[in-house]
Design a protein around this ligand. Structure first.
Ligand code: COA
Length: 346
């Protein structure tokens, strides 16, 4: 028996405003037919001006704490690439708004792999006795950094937050986080970028410079690398934890594109019915993507106690990561901001 982090609570949040593919089609040279057939996405949620990443993170965290039946943690790790400000980190402000001022709190920036990296950091800190209970949050507001004229990125990304509570337990308990694989490839850092706003190219004001503050992505190359790295990472994880592909009950991968999810499942030899997908309703929510997919599946009864669950993320950096969990018996609330009539329509 080894001390391990155990999943004890799960919650999510998306902002109320929905943008459908048809609405994008009225503004840009795109259509529901193109977006849905190329990505699987039907709609996404976006923040109103003035809403920041921490606002979504706090909502998701409150729901994860309620799911865990607690209001206390001693560590908060927030995965985000759209922090409220370039400096300081957003996690301490989230801690304060949750009434947890004083706890250890920091951000992790690994773009769409951020949640798996944050989960690994918190699990390791629990394993080492540095924390007894932790909130791990993935939250992003990519709508604030997208080029309004870029039909490709506008079609893909949405805003949201997802959170889990981890507690100290042992590796034989349901909910135990059993292993990780993490990796990066900085040679391809140019595939996903925001040029300005860092030390290499400080942010400047003005219309000409605006282009440099927008998110840019080389979609085709990202697609290829996503399939390759997610497949490799999940395979490495399976070897680490000693699971065979046919033993995986649910594959919860970063919700970038349904074609990527199925390609990875095929590479791994998984039955496509194990693939969990909510991207039709929320798009790619970056660091929130995996916990929001978990939240959605748990609410639908698609995740049940005892199942072997593999999480796999991939994102800018490039970065990737996978984690293995035996699903625990936890109560999860549905997202109040997703209108039930809009669910499961594809
Ligand atoms: N509507 C209509 N046409 C669009 C479009 C949109 N929203 N977005 C791109 N297109 C166009 C392109 O401009 C291109 O036109 P062209 O042939 O005249 O140049 C054409 O569709 C094909 O583009 P391509 O990039 O080859 O399409 P694709 O099938 O690869 O799909 C993505 C594009 C972005 C959906 C796909 O590459 C993808 O999902 N990439 C990975 C994205 C991802 O995972 N990002 C997050 C990383 S963590």
């Amino acid at each position: 028996m080894t001390r391990a982090a155990v999943l004890a609570g799960l919650g999510g949040w998306v902002p109320p405003r929905v943008v459908t593919n048809d609405e994008l089609g009225r503004e840009l040279d795109t259509s529901d037919a193109w977006i849905h057939s190329r990505t699987g996405i039907r709609r996404r949620h976006v923040v109103d001006p003035g809403t920041a990443t921490s606002d979504l993170a706090v909502e998701a965290a409150r729901r994860a704490l309620a799911s865990a039946g607690t209001d206390r943690v001693d560590l908060i790790v927030l995965a985000t690439s759209t922090p409220d400000h370039p400096c300081p980190a957003t996690a301490p402000a989230v801690a304060d708004r949750l009434g947890l001022n004083g706890v250890a709190a920091f951000d992790v920036a690994a773009v769409c792999s951020g949640f798996v990296y944050a989960l690994a950091a918190a699990s390791a800190m629990i394993g080492q006795g540095l924390a007894g209970r932790a909130l791990v949050i993935g939250a992003d507001t990519f709508s604030t950094i997208l080029d309004p004229a870029d039909r490709t990125t506008r079609a893909i990304f949405g805003d949201g937050a997802g959170a889990v509570v981890l507690r100290a337990g042992d590796d034989r308990e349901p909910g135990a986080v059993l292993g990780f694989d993490l990796g990066s490839d900085g040679q391809h850092s140019d595939l996903i970028t925001v040029a300005a706003g860092g030390s290499r190219q400080p942010a400047t004001a003005g219309p000409v410079e605006d282009a440099a503050r927008y998110f840019r992505m080389r979609g085709k190359e990202v697609f290829f690398n996503a399939v390759l790295r997610m497949s490799e990472s999940a395979q490495t994880l399976l070897r680490t934890v000693g699971w065979n592909p046919e033993e995986i009950d649910r594959f919860v991968a970063h919700q970038a594109n349904i074609r990527i999810l199925y390609a990875v499942a095929d590479q791994l030899g998984l039955d496509r019915r194990t693939v969990v997908a909510n991207l039709d309703r929320v798009g790619n929510t970056v660091a929130a993507s995996i916990p929001l997919a978990l939240q959605d599946a748990a609410c639908r009864g698609d995740l049940v106690p005892g199942q072997r669950v593999v999480l796999t993320g991939f994102g800018g950096g490039l970065t990737w990561g996978s984690a293995a969990i035996r699903w625990p018996d936890i109560a999860v609330e549905p997202l109040p901001t997703i209108h039930p009539d809009l669910n499961h329509s594809n």
